[in-house]
Design a protein. Structure first.
Length: 277
């Protein structure tokens, strides 16, 4: 190869190198911003637990439902966090049928593809009793909030059914994920029967929320720093209620009805997710 040709090759390699580095640099910048978001979430939980929550409890002893006031505090905090994630370009959110979440009491069920979807749902519901992992109940930063909000730990199935049914009978809304944890990559996890049992026992219609996230991010088992190169777009579609009292499952025993309603619910989500791809 002539010296002139070698110079052209070296020049081309130097010109091409920055183009190859752009995606990795973009991903590193997104991971850095995601790390800041997680740090702010932890700091916010600390401030709310140690400062805002005690003040709220002092002022709410003689007025209103203290649990609902704590839930309202969490609702506004999650709205702020969702706003931060949006304005920093970490997520983009599209809602369809969000007005269906305004009724009360409602039993909201959703698939769980990513960590951020619970934040978006609570940010959309000023009052929502939630079923949370036992780890959250024991978490140093979260346990006071979980207890103050009256959230229901998921370690005792029968207690979940009783507490969830009572919440709805008291005119409170309930939010739960039938999978019990985040979905496996690219598919749904098996649905538990808790949502169906609560719906049948309380006679409350199910309000399904279909959640998609593209490109996937903050999935089950995925480290927070493993971020996509472009903004994750979450679409939350609130479907028409499933009328539990008119469903064939309502005419069976609770055990048989819960099994049938759970199968119906999982099939419903599988069809909806296939149609959304």
């Amino acid at each position: 190869m002539s010296p002139a040709a070698e110079d052209l090759v070296r020049t081309g390699e130097r010109a091409a190198a920055p183009a190859h580095r752009v995606p990795s640099l973009r991903r590193a910048w997104r991971a850095f911003r995601t790390g800041i978001a997680f740090a702010l979430f932890g700091l916010g939980a600390l401030v709310i637990s140690l400062v805002a929550l005690p003040l709220l409890q002092l002022t709410s002893r003689r007025s209103g439902d203290p649990q609902r006031r704590v839930q309202g505090l969490i609702h506004h905090a999650f709205r702020l966090f969702a706003w931060y994630m949006t304005v920093t370009g970490l997520i983009r959110v599209t809602w369809v049928g969000r007005e269906r979440l305004r009724g009360r009491p409602i039993l909201v069920v959703a698939n769980h593809p990513t960590l951020i979807d619970v934040v978006l749902l609570v940010a959309a519901m000023p009052q929502a009793d939630c079923i949370v992992k036992t780890a959250a109940e024991r978490h140093l930063l979260l346990r006071r909030l979980v207890k103050g909000a009256g959230y229901i730990p998921n370690d005792r199935p029968d207690a979940i059914i009783t507490a969830g049914t009572e919440s709805l009978r008291q005119g409170r809304s309930l939010l739960l994920f039938p999978e019990g944890t985040r979905s496996p990559s690219g598919r749904l996890g098996p649905f538990h029967r808790g949502a169906a049992r609560i719906a049948l026992r309380s006679g409350t219609d199910l309000v399904p929320v279909l959640i998609t996230c593209s490109p996937p991010t903050l999935m089950k088992g995925q480290p927070w720093y493993d971020v996509p190169e472009r903004t994750a777009h979450l679409t939350l579609t609130v479907k028409d209620p499933i009328l539990v009292r008119e469903h064939p499952a309502a005419r069976k025993t609770e055990a048989g009805g819960a099994r049938e309603l759970t199968d119906f619910l999982q099939g419903f989500y599988e069809r909806q997710l296939r149609a959304s791809r």
